[in-house]
Design a binder for this molecule. Structure first.
Ligand code: SUD
Ligand code: ADP
Length: 284
């Protein structure tokens, strides 16, 4: 039997860091939502007790470093599953982009194997397993729109933002999340975006207030390292996006756009100097 599972990308509408913790992770407060740019996983049971990963993307690891492999190994160990699985990853989400592509693949593997092997693992337990694989994996298990606290694994679901267009532009650089957190001086931050204002804007369905409330304290760290991300941000603003922010640790910049008529100008303007531009919808 073959089953399929969609693994969408996330964006951070707001990302604040409270402090660095003793364990090296940072205590965060983020608002995350999913967009309609997704990898697709094909899962098939194998007669042999093994995990095989393949992908058309030549630039991701296919061994035990792959997060989908780690998800399969974890579920096999915890639930004593002595069956094998072949997982094909059809990658569409750019890698190391701040869009949680790997985390979403891991989450989709957890959901998919739960179905394939009929394990009946409840969603909160899948989230706990996901947290062992990465801070963003629990959110990728549930999807929707959520406030994420702790190191990202404590989730509070909120309503979805009003529907809009999302333009994603990824410059040709790879950003290490650990590097960006490592360079952040959390106790020297001069201003913090407001979770409450963003939650209230989303709950009121106010697109303009959502755009006004966008904020990410990791942005300045990445902009200092890679000035081309700032150039991308400024271009997207000039081309008419209603709200613009870097997602996660970057380098992808997203623009929220309410009017479809604005899209050709933004897309064509960005494509002039950035190869990877995607126009998608929020997943609501
Ligand atoms: C910044 C964010 C925002 O959503 O996303 P990305 O830019 O990676 O997509 C996340 O916090 C990233 O989550 P994720 O990519 O799952 O991180 P992990 O694999 O758990 O951790 C990678 C490294 O980032 C640092 N890290 C991560 C999360 C956190 N709350 N504090 C940290 O300091 C740690 O150095 C850790 O070793
Ligand atoms: N299934 C996967 N898809 C993409 N990257 C993966 C995967 N498994 C492991 N990785 C590794 O995880 C790292 C971060 O990838 P990704 O999740 O795309 O970035 P980000 O956390 O910035 O959104 C990359 O260096 C990549 O080699």
């Amino acid at each position: 039997m073959k089953i399929y599972e969609k693994a969408p990308a996330k964006i951070n509408l707001m990302l604040d860091v409270m402090r660095k913790r003793e364990d090296g992770f940072h205590e965060v407060e983020m608002i995350m939502t999913m967009v309609d740019l997704a990898d697709r996983l094909e899962l098939e049971e194998l007669p042999r007790d093994t995990i095989i990963i393949s992908s058309q993307a030549g630039y991701i690891p296919l061994d035990e470093k792959n997060l989908a492999f780690q998800a399969a190994r974890l579920i096999k160990e915890r639930y004593d599953v002595r069956k094998g699985v072949y997982i094909h990853l059809d990658k569409k989400i750019p890698v190391a982009a701040g869009l949680a592509g790997g985390s979403s693949d891991a989450a989709a593997a957890l959901r998919g194997l739960n179905r394939l092997w009929q394990l009946n693992i409840p969603e909160d337990e899948l989230c706990r397993l996901g947290a062992e694989l990465g801070s963003d994996v629990p959110f990728c298990v549930t999807g929707g729109t959520a406030i994420a606290r702790g190191r990202g694994e404590k989730l509070e679901q909120i309503s979805n933002p009003p529907q809009c267009w999302v333009v994603l532009a990824k410059p040709p650089i790879n950003v290490s999340t650990a590097d960006v957190y490592g360079k952040l001086r959390a106790n020297e931050l001069k201003s913090h975006p407001s979770t409450q204002d963003m939650v209230s804007a989303i709950e009121r369905g106010s697109f303009s207030d959502i755009c006004a409330g966008l904020g990410n304290v990791l942005e300045n760290v990445t902009l200092d390292l890679y000035p081309e991300v700032l150039q991308l941000k400024e271009s997207m603003q000039k081309l008419g996006a209603d709200g613009v922010l870097m997602s996660g640790s970057g380098p992808t910049v997203f623009g929220l756009v309410s009017k479809e008529a604005k899209l050709p100008r933004i897309y064509n303007g960005l494509r002039g100097f950035c190869k990877e531009v995607y126009v998608v919808r929020m997943l609501t």
